[in-house]
Write a protein that binds this ligand. Structure first.
Ligand code: GTP
Ligand code: ZN
Length: 188
């Protein structure tokens, strides 16, 4: 990441909004934001697929795996302000192709640390699981609040956007799909 460039740009923005970038309090801000962007946009240069190593296990577990309420923070690509919430990730492994539970959260983490659209974030997590684990199916549901809809613009704090990506067997098997969605909704 080109931190010098970010620093220069942030300084320009401060001047643009009518601030004095050299006043105490703002002098280190461009540097700080460059460091912060390196962290919150770290997913741009990472390959999320690399997290999903397959653990071949002897026991043939071919039932649902659901990791619920994975918190995430992302940046809306339209306004570069945060949207954040929880992701629920489910899959039904095939032929013992399991992965570590934390690895599912790591995929969410990497894909969210990019300028994003909630729909794309949801679809990408599901597609990576389908590609790397080749399970019977996968469901990803994301619930998020968009700061661009709360602190500005239409100003609707508390509104939640829910997106889902349904893959594989869950497209055909409406009973399994309903079961997973009700497990996700339990406790809400
Ligand atoms: N589909 C989708 N839209 C998003 C997401 N994040 C932000 N948006 C929307 O992107 C749209 C951008 O619309 P524009 O009209 O170009 O921008 P704007 O004038 O700032 O729009 P307002 O937010 O309505 O004030 C807005 O409707 C946002 O709510 C997202 O993750 N998915
Ligand atoms: Zn936005």
């Amino acid at each position: 990441m080109d931190k010098d460039r970010i620093e220069k740009a942030v300084r320009e923005i401060l001047i643009g909004v009518g601030e004095d970038p050299d006043r105490e309090g703002l002098t280190d801000t461009p540097k700080r934001i460059a460091r912060m962007y390196e962290e919150i946009f770290s997913g741009i240069v990472e390959n999320a697929e690399d997290h999903l190593q397959v653990y071949f296990q002897d026991e043939k577990y071919e039932e649902l795996v659901l990791v619920k309420d994975i918190p995430f923070y992302s940046m809306c690509e339209h306004h570069l302000v945060p949207f954040f919430g929880v992701a629920h990730v489910a899959y039904i492994p095939k032929s013992g192709r399991l992965t570590g539970l934390s690895k599912l959260a790591r995929v969410v983490e990497t894909v969210s640390k990019r300028p994003q659209l909630q729909e794309r974030l949801t679809a990408e997590v599901a597609d990576i699981i389908m590609k790397k684990l080749q399970p019977y199916g996968a469901i990803v549901v994301i619930e998020a609040e968009h700061m661009c809809m709360t602190m500005r613009g239409v100003k609707k704090p508390g509104s939640k956007t829910v997106t889902s990506a349904i893959r594989g067997i869950f497209n055909k098997d409406s009973k399994s799909r309903a079961e997973v969605l009700s497990m996700i909704n339990k406790g809400h």
